[in-house]
Design a protein around this ligand. Structure first.
Ligand code: GLU
Length: 423
């Protein structure tokens, strides 16, 4: 039955794309139809109104969401996004992607996502803190260290997590550091969490290049986005000797075919906020960056940037999806047929939630690991997950996206059968 809620969920392209991929992978592995039906919709979706007293004393209302998709494998887990485009359909799609990501990476976690429709750059720090605290309070009854554990996503960071932790702990009456991950190290965060998603992207790039008999030290890379994911991907790839020829942020990109000095760029961005006008580079638009003739293209910003409109112009040999949902189904199919290796989001950007999982474990035992330990364990999981997906794709002659989804669904199906959820 086409309910109003179903219509709302299906109104977004990312949701429709995600369900399409789910159905395609489900058909490929003869997934139990009851499992498929359950995974097409989130378990629970919470919509909250968040009042904030703004600096000018006016009360402004914001809309926030927490969508809990599935908890067969463990507590719900996934980030909180602050962005003007946040809506129920997008958050629901992203929550489903978290379920598939966590299952693929073999983590004992379910999938969720949250967000607030807001442009955080237009708010003062006090307003942002009030917004975060009130939102946490509103979703408070539904989250918790063994229920649902938020983390940073687009537009949020370790400070956001610190406020969430504090609000949640105040309301429970004692410190509950495990309620969020991606928090500062001083209050229970993990070493290596900040760079985890970017580092994970680079580990999968290494593997993807290997499959084409190439090494990262010989590769040209273009990265869209220079935030939590893109900047760290650039730092890690640069440290391994890759030539980063272009990077970008919301204000546009920079390009130098001989490579950009990423260490200098990081200092420059600390002072100037944006990458534009970095000495020794030419300006390039976000759209043109995607079409550069490079070995690897890493879209590490938002979803829906590679579509039927521009896929024919993509020249990269490998696309590593640091963002969630950057390539739509039509573009994915076209690129695969052209021989471009697309490393899908649930694999390529999984490093963030892997180290979130490490952080959660460290908070439970109150014993903290060295950065090397975190990186080594992360590398092991990323390599192993890549190999599993690669092997499936070779055996079945399928693209990496459907293969990643299929590997993920196989684990979910077994767990759902064992728990008696797939009558
Ligand atoms: N927001 C990140 C993601 O999309 C991290 C989620 C988490 O660590 O829970 O994977």
């Amino acid at each position: 039955m086409e309910t109003h809620v179903m219509q709302t969920l299906q109104s977004g392209a990312l949701y429709r794309n995600t369900i399409e991929n789910l159905e395609a992978a489900g058909n490929l592995i003869n997934l139990n139809p009851n499992v498929l039906e359950r995974l097409k919709v989130p378990r629970r979706a919470l919509v909250v109104s968040v009042p904030v007293r703004m600096d000018d004393d006016r009360v402004q209302m914001f809309t926030g969401y927490r969508v809990q998709h599935n908890q067969t494998l463990g507590p719900f887990k996934g980030g909180i996004r602050f962005h003007p485009h946040v809506n129920l359909s997008e958050v629901a799609a992203l929550s489903a992607l978290m379920t598939f990501k966590n299952s693929l990476l073999n983590l004992p976690l379910g999938g969720a996502k949250g967000g607030i429709q807001v442009d955080p750059s237009t708010l003062s720090k006090t307003e942002l803190e009030s917004l975060t605290r009130r939102f946490t309070s509103e979703i408070g009854p539904f989250i918790g260290p063994d229920k649902d554990i938020p983390a940073p996503d687009v537009g949020t960071d370790s400070q956001t997590m610190a406020w969430m932790l504090d609000t949640y702990s105040m309301e429970s009456g004692y410190a509950q550091t495990g309620v969020v991950t991606g928090k500062p190290i001083e209050i229970g965060g993990s070493r290596g969490r900040d760079s985890a998603t970017g580092l994970g992207v680079v580990y999968t790039i290494e593997k993807a290049l290997q499959s084409k008999n190439m090494m990262i030290s010989d590769a040209n890379i273009a990265i869209q986005g220079f935030g939590k994911v893109g900047m760290h991907a650039a730092i890690e790839a640069y440290a391994l000797g890759a030539r980063i020829v272009a990077v970008s942020d919301v204000t546009g990109g920079i390009y130098n075919e001989r490579g950009i000095n990423i260490a200098d760029l990081v200092s420059y961005v600390k002072e100037n906020r944006f990458v534009k006008n970095f000495p020794g580079t030419a300006a390039i638009s976000n759209e043109d960056l995607l079409e550069l003739n490079v070995d690897v293209l890493a879209p590490c910003a938002l979803d829906g940037v590679i579509t039927e409109k521009n896929c024919e112009c993509i020249k990269a040999k490998i696309v590593a999806e640091g963002a969630n949902g950057p390539t739509n189904s039509v573009a994915n199919k076209y690129l695969h047929e052209k021989g471009v290796l697309v490393v899908p989001d649930i694999l390529a950007n999984g490093g963030g939630v892997v180290v979130s999982y490490f952080e959660w474990v460290q908070d439970i035992v109150w014993l903290f690991w060295k950065e090397d330990e975190v990186r080594n364990k992360l590398r092991e999981i990323m390599y192993r997950s890549f190999d599993k997906v690669w092997q499936f794709s070779q055996e079945k002659n399928k693209d990496m996206r459907i293969s990643a989804m299929a590997v993920s669904l196989q684990r979910l199906e077994t767990a759902m059968k064992l728990r008696g959820q797939a009558w």
